[in-house]
Every structure is written in structure tokens, then in C-alpha cells.
Design a protein around this ligand. Structure first.
Ligand code: DX5
Ligand code: ZN
Length: 224
């Protein structure tokens, strides 16, 4: 997919967990092409969400591109299970612990024929990601401290980094998507768009309203 094309990506974290199949269908019917799946281990972040079994269950019900965001330590140890579950993109955090390393893990994702993503938290400088940028398809700049939906967009801490990541990509002939995640609404998405984002993860703002088709259309129009 062209990294210049903006895309609104619903995050399943904000869906009704008692009706996952219906929620996946609701996102699809609302026009979503990608679905974001937040995996939290209660250790790397202060929350526990779901793991490979749920992703495999979602996989059975949709052809949407599954964008898996691992907020876990030892992603390399668990990697095969997420690949087997049917993830299309797997994003890993630069701040997490690994049995091997960040670059070995990214290379394994690529070797499996999947899209590889790298994530940095709001407090992590762009420099920490630089060595890995030639290896990745997607660079996720967290716009909240990960762990929970519904938090406010951290503009000051994150937008300069996003612009830096865009300028670096363009200056070095790289191809990664720029994704933002956390506090994305119709008022904040255009700010992230202006600083270079093309992938907009939306939890509360997409699944929250009863008419998801309408919320997705409004979000899409805001970055159009
Ligand atoms: C935050 C997660 C996000 C979350 C975003 O830890 O990584 O993907 O679902 O939720 P909102 O859009 O409600 O900020
Ligand atoms: Zn996420």
C-alpha cells in the first residue's frame, strides 16, 4: 500500500468484547481496510488485553489486514504464535526486552513474509529507532503512553518526532508507513497528517459512536 494514502484504522480495544464477531463485521461494513489489535501483557504496559487466540478467532471472520501491535516483553519468544494466528503486520516496541534483539525479531517477521513495524513511546527519542528504519515497513509513533484507550493526544511530545521520521524517510529513500496511535479524533488526526502520518489508529473515535460508518467517514474526511 502506498504510504502517502491516508487510512483510518479502527482499534479493536474499543470494541464490545462480548460481541467480537459482530464488532469485526461492523468495522468492515463501516469501510475499514485494516484492523488494529492491541496485545498487552500486564508487564510491558499496565494492562492486559488479549493474545494470539483472539487474533486467530478474528482472522476467521475477516479479510481485513490485521495490524498487530505488541505491547509485550519477549515478542521474539511469542512471535510464531502471532504469525500463526494470522497477523499481517506485527509491530514491536523498541523499549521492550527481547531474548534476541529488536533487529533479529524484525528480520524474522520479514522472513515470514509479513509486514514489520517498529513502535516508540512518547518519551522515546527518534534516535532510538534510527538503526532499525531500513528494516521496517511501518513506524508507529505512539501519541499516548500505551496501555489504555481514551487518553488525550500528546501533541507537543510526539509531533516533532513524527515530522523528523517523515523527513528522515524521504531523505533516505525509505518506504515505511507512519502510524499514530492514541487520542486520534477528527480534531487531532489532521495535526498528525500535517506532520507526516498516513495511518491513523482510532479506538474510541471509531468504535465508540453507535454509527461507525459515520464516524469512519468523518475521520476519513478529516485527513482527506
Ligand atoms: C493504546 C493502544 C491504542 C488504543 C487507542 O495503548 O495502543 O491502540 O486502542 O485508543 P484511543 O483511540 O481510544 O486513544
Ligand atoms: Zn495500538
Amino acid at each position: 500500500m502506498d504510504f502517502r494514502r491516508p487510512l483510518i484504522i479502527p482499534s479493536l480495544l474499543a470494541a464490545d468484547f462480548a460481541n467480537i464477531e459482530a464488532e469485526v463485521k461492523r468495522a468492515e461494513a463501516a469501510g475499514a481496510e485494516w484492523l488494529h489489535l492491541d496485545v498487552m501483557d500486564g508487564n510491558f504496559v499496565d494492562n492486559i488485553s488479549f493474545g494470539p487466540a483472539l487474533i486467530a478467532a478474528v482472522r476467521k471472520h475477516t479479510k481485513m489486514f490485521l495490524d498487530v501491535h505488541l505491547m509485550i516483553h519477549r515478542a521474539d519468544h511469542y512471535l510464531e504464535r502471532f504469525l500463526k494466528a494470522g497477523a499481517d503486520n506485527i509491530s514491536i516496541h523498541v523499549e521492550a526486552d527481547y531474548d534476541t534483539s529488536v533487529d533479529a525479531t524484525l528480520k524474522r517477521i520479514k522472513a515470514a513474509g509479513k509486514s514489520a513495524g517498529l513502535v516508540i513511546n512518547p518519551a522515546t527519542p527518534f534516535e532510538a529507532a534510527k538503526p532499525f528504519l531500513p528494516l521496517i515497513d511501518l513506524f508507529l509513533i505512539m501519541t499516548v503512553v500505551p496501555g489504555f484507550g481514551g487518553q488525550p493526544f500528546m501533541e507537543k511530545e510526539t509531533m516533532p518526532k513524527l515530522a523528523e521520521a517523515r523527513d528522515w524517510r524521504d531523505a533516505h529513500g525509505l518506504q515505511y508507513h507512519l502510524e499514530v496511535d492514541g487520542g486520534i479524533y477528527t480534531n487531532t488526526a489532521p495535526i498528525a497528517r500535517k506532520h507526516g502520518a498516513n495511518l491513523f489508529v482510532c479506538g474510541t473515535s471509531s468504535f465508540g459512536p453507535p454509527d461507525m460508518k459515520h464516524s469512519m467517514a468523518e475521520l476519513t474526511a478529516s485527513v482527506g
